[in-house]
Design a protein around this ligand. Structure first.
Ligand SMILES: Cc1cc2nc3c(=O)[nH]c(=O)nc-3n(C[C@H](O)[C@H](O)[C@H](O)COP(=O)(O)OP(=O)(O)OC[C@H]3O[C@@H](n4cnc5c(N)ncnc54)[C@H](O)[C@@H]3O)c2cc1C
Length: 437
């Protein structure tokens, strides 16, 4: 640590905002700046963290994330800043592997006695007024029901915590970062924005979600330091979500539903498919089974997966085959009656993935003063309240060895074959006329 540290955080999603929130509480007088292409209170943002709702659960078969998710969930349930956004509806999870038993074992070993059980299918489908009676139970071994889990109004919570950061003294700059800046020794000193403004700090933290590999690619080319590139470490990919407007009668039926998950195994070739209880506007959301890369030329001769090069990542322009993916995912839950539901929204949400779904929270090995904090890998939101605590520990070299190893920039990277949540297709192939979804 220098005697007068300053922090520049690129990206005001959950990784960036949580970092700012923890830093400003620890160092009330420090210079802490969030820079994001979108205003924090914009009508529409590209952040994966900006959403109507996200699942907040601690149902993990990985013990480390189970513990962290419990820590985060406690804050969602008790802290007045977070609590208004949390809804404890429970989770109903169709398990086609030993997932349920592994989760229950983790909870026991962590000394928890939440209301969490595994039920045979016949018994489970009668729960919650039978709303999941028409779901797909093919290959389901048992159903995990955890009444302690739920969901959060994601965009509202993100806005509220960002606003609190600003009240506490964090600065917010709305600008697109085009490259990182370096001194003559290769140390990172700040960023340049699209309008040419230079923002400087002693600590530069890249928390740019799906855009991280592109920003690093641009910065590598500009600085002549190829070691900055993400390479195989990070893959940007999109997932489609859909929302249906329920009428008064349908809303009555679904308003007390839990979050639903269809859990698949690698052999079935689908990710977990989730559906969330209706929002206050009576809209019910779920996501599709395609997690797709978008390989494009981000610099002459440099091809990587990157969100479309428009300000809004074309997130609202959802092509027909991806809408069809949403129809098929809906049918895994709601059966024939849902065919008449009025679809109000389709969105493509872009996130950054690693082969094991472990985050990257680490110094960058190719430049002093540069840190990476992202790769939510389709499950990062729920850790919002605690991410910044661990990112601050990383910045100060105090991260526990277990987490340091798990989240390191340079680490062993198993292939993705056992990870059902890893991108499974390329967008342009899905959109070809012959594509079968
Ligand atoms: C469809 C979908 C459903 C999900 N559901 C859940 C769930 O239920 N529960 C859960 O826990 N997780 C869920 N996730 C995962 C979770 O949303 C993400 O892992 C998490 O939000 C990622 O946070 P982030 O801060 O890394 O990235 P983001 O939230 O994407 O934030 C990155 C920010 O960087 C900014 N940025 C990018 N490039 C630049 C630039 N060049 N200049 C300036 N700013 C820039 C962007 O504007 C953005 O605001 C889901 C993800 C998706 C896609």
């Amino acid at each position: 640590m220098t005697s007068n540290p300053s922090y520049l955080i690129i990206g005001a999603g959950v990784f960036g905002v949580s970092t700012a929130y923890h830093l400003i509480q620890k160092y009330p007088d420090a210079s802490i700046t969030l820079v994001d292409r979108d205003a924090y209170d914009a009508e529409s943002r590209v952040a994966a963290s900006w959403d109507w709702n996200k699942v907040i659960r601690a149902d993990y078969d990985d013990k480390v994330y189970c513990r962290l998710a419990l820590e985060a969930q406690e804050i969602f349930k008790s802290d007045p800043l977070w609590q208004p956004h949390f809804h404890q509806t429970g989770v109903y999870w169709n398990c086609r592997s030993d997932y349920a038993q592994n989760v229950i074992t983790n909870h026991k070993e962590l000394g928890r006695n939440d209301d969490i059980i595994a039920l045979p299918v016949a018994e489970a489908r009668k729960l919650y007024g039978g709303i999941f009676d028409n779901a797909d139970y093919t290959g389901v071994k048992e159903v995990l029901v955890n009444r302690a889990s739920g969901w959060a109004a994601a965009g509202d919570a993100l806005r509220a915590v960002t606003k609190r950061c600003l009240e506490l003294g964090v600065s917010y700059v709305t600008a697109s970062v085009t490259n990182l800046e370096f001194d003559g020794h290769g140390s990172c000193t700040g960023v340049k924005t699209r309008s040419g403004e230079i923002l400087s700090a002693t600590h530069v933290i890249v928390a740019a979600g799906a855009f991280t590999p592109t920003l690093l690619e641009w910065s590598a080319a500009k600085s002549g330091n190829p070691g900055l590139r993400a390479g195989e470490r990070i893959l940007a990919a999109g997932i489609t979500t859909g929302m249906a407007q329920l009428n008064e009668e349908q809303y009555k039926k679904f308003k007390d539903m839990p979050v639903g998950f269809q859990g698949y195994t690698p052999a079935e070739g689908k990710p977990f498919i989730g559906t969330l209880p209706p929002t206050k506007d009576r809209e019910l959301k779920w996501w599709g089974s395609k997690i797709f890369t978008n390989t494009r030329e981000v610099l002459p001769g440099h091809y990587i997966s990157s969100p479309p090069p428009t300000h809004d990542y074309n997130q609202w322009k959802v092509p027909g085959p991806l809408k069809q993916d949403i129809v098929e995912a809906r049918n895994l839950w709601y059966g024939p009656e849902s065919a008449t539901w009025e679809m109000t929204k389709h969105r493509i949400c872009w996130d950054a993935f690693t082969t094991t779904s472990d985050f990257i929270i680490s110094p960058h090995s190719a430049s002093k003063g540069l840190y990476i904090a992202t790769c939510g890998s389709f499950h990062g939101y729920k850790f919002f309240p605690v991410l910044g605590k661990y990112i601050t520990q990383m910045l100060e070299g105090e991260l526990a060895p277990e987490l340091m190893g798990k989240w390191a920039w340079d680490r062993q990277r198993p292939d993705s074959s056992q990870n059902v949540e890893y991108p499974n297709s390329e967008m342009k192939h899905l959109l070809e006329p012959a594509a079968k979804l």
